[in-house]
Ligand binder design. Sequence first.
Ligand code: ADE
Length: 224
Amino acid sequence: MRIDIITVLPQLLESPFQHSILKRAIDKGIAQVNLINLRDYSTHNQKSVDDYAFGGGAGMVMSIEPIANCINALKAERMYDEVIYTSPDGETLNQKMANQLSTYNNIIILCGHYKGVDQRVRDHFITKEISIGDYVLSGGELAAAVICDSIIRIIPGAISDETSALTDSFQDNLLAPPVYTRPAEYNGWKVPDILLSGHTKNIDNWRDEQSLDRTQKRRPDLLK
Ligand code: ADE
């Protein structure tokens, strides 16, 4: 899978892809992430990519020209399954959406900034708008990193023990059960006996019960 991220702050997005599962997936060639500096597509002398809002008001708006130049240049090279815009007024990211996105070959993510982008970009270039939650970030870069992480980690081969991605919280609309490791007792606090019993079937049943119980208590909305 290839992800092209269009941003005014490419440096901000370097670190998330240089560690752990994402780095390994990229090293293995399972995912390719390209950071594209939007300023490279500006035709202004100062490389500006924004301008004052028509009608007045505080805050700058990202201009259509550099974004159109950039997206058209990318589209001339290959077909894209989705051109995503990160914005607090987009559809909220969830596991189902991440699963769907992880099946695609090529996607573009445009990181929003300032007061957002000229509406004509959204009307004519963007095919999907994603929010990572009901709060406002300084820019779309961290949202793009979250979206990429949620997608790349579930591409087959990214996680060595593939079943582990399947038992994550939210796969099956259930939260994950509690987990424990050694020591079996610390400070008088004991690991549940069942986990030490060696009875795989009983342990699986216990985990299913714990998942359901946790979901009922913490996120009953997921069970509806
Ligand atoms: N840009 C600013 N806030 C955001 C959010 N919550 N989700 C996605 N992009 C954003």
